[in-house]
Write a protein that binds this ligand. Structure first.
Ligand code: KG4
Ligand code: ZN
Length: 349
């Protein structure tokens, strides 16, 4: 801890987190902002596979079917009952309206029945706080991220750089002007004939490929902290069409590896530059794409900044991250009204 930063003493509390913003029904219990007592995620990925993406109506119906069992399981795994919880944190947005409503209504029902405070959490903020969460079986827990912190959030719907000078304080420096990084992975997977979800499929294909086989463009957007991935996706499309016209076999592994290398290069270079410019102490990488092996390795092996990356299981959507962010909101005194509404397009800052 730097000398300027005061020692933080927050009230001990257990938070039940609930997350249903997209296609994962999740609940978790977090103690004191970091210690994971339980985390349950019921994935719908198999249900959506045949649509090649998330089908909103199917997602909300499945959330309704799973939500109470998932919450029950999270309490059971934590060996506690609702009476041992101090507050209920729930994802308020952004996300699919019909999905968000299911988690919000479940949280409201529990809050009403128990008298516990209800806390609405931003899903993107949750992803950032996934780097605070500690699994109970980790022997030497990593240190807490330190402010000022440069946070790169890379998910299926968002790609943005935020400067955090304290808990729950975000200054958005830049974001994607077109596709999110995860969206680019998903679209390129489809172009290459790889299965849904696209990110992991591209990663596995890339493991057998040469990242230098194709020299794909890197959109630097100098002078801004924004990103752009649509030109890169179009460059992959052009190569695919050319191979199709020439009736040649598509070099899937080389294309996946070269595409992934371009994404990793842009994300790392820009994040390091922003961290220097804004005098960040440390950097944080979060969101579904932070599960990507090549991206994690690139961030871990750079020597300029200490980096925080969530445990692999916490990179994609989960409720432990919502409970963690909820704890810091709770510690700041946030308590939302019982008629809290969902916000499907809620920006982080
Ligand atoms: O954060 P997330 O679970 O959901 C959103 O909030 O969007 O992110 C999902 C995104 C998808 O686009 C998925 O393809 C991508 O994260 N993703 C990956 C990997 N695992 C998930 N992208 C690249 N490599 C991965 N291993
Ligand atoms: Zn997410």
């Amino acid at each position: 801890m730097s000398e300027a930063e005061p020692v933080r003493v927050l009230a001990p509390a257990r938070i039940l987190g609930i997350e249903t913003s997209c296609d994962e029904t999740a609940a978790a219990v977090i103690e004191n902002g970091r210690m994971q007592l339980s985390s349950v995620v019921a994935s719908q990925a198999d249900l959506h596979k045949k649509y090649g993406g998330v089908f909103p109506e199917v997602a909300s119906r499945q959330h309704v079917q799973s939500i109470y069992a998932v919450i029950e399981q999270a309490l059971q795994q934590a060996h506690i009952s609702l009476g041992d919880v101090d507050a209920i944190a729930v994802t308020r947005g952004p996300g699919l309206a019909g999905s968000l409503v299911v988690g919000m209504n479940a949280a409201k029902g529990l809050a009403l029945a128990s008298g516990l405070p209800l806390i609405g959490v931003n899903h993107l903020e949750g992803h950032i706080y996934s780097a605070w969460v500690l699994r109970s079986d980790v022997l030497s827990p990593p240190a807490e991220p330190r402010f000022p912190l440069l946070a790169l959030l890379v998910s299926g719907g968002h790609t943005e750089l935020n400067l955090m000078t304290d808990h729950i304080t975000y200054r958005r420096l830049g974001a994607t002007v077109d596709d999110a990084a995860g969206e680019a992975f998903d679209k390129v997977a489809r172009l290459l004939g790889l299965s849904y979800p696209g990110g992991p499929s591209v990663q596995y294909a890339a493991e057998k490929g040469n990242p230098q086989a194709f020299s794909f463009p890197r959109a630097r957007l100098d002078g801004t902290w924004n990103f752009s991935f649509s030109g890169l996706k179009t460059a992959v499309l052009r190569v695919v069409r050319q191979y199709e016209e020439e009736k040649r076999d598509l070099p899937v592994a080389d294309l996946a590896a070269s595409f992934q290398a371009a994404v990793v290069d842009v994300l790392l270079t820009k994040t390091l530059k922003a961290a220097h410019t804004f005098k960040a102490q440390e950097i944080l990488l979060a969101g579904g794409v932070s599960a990507n092996k090549a991206l994690r390795e690139a961030f871990i092996t750079q020597k300029e900044f200490k980096v925080h990356i969530p445990d692999l299981a916490l990179c994609t959507d989960n409720a432990a991250m919502i409970a963690s962010a909820g704890y810091y909101r709770f510690a700041l005194g946030q308590q939302d009204p019982i008629d809290l509404d969902v916000l499907p397009t809620w920006p982080l800052s």
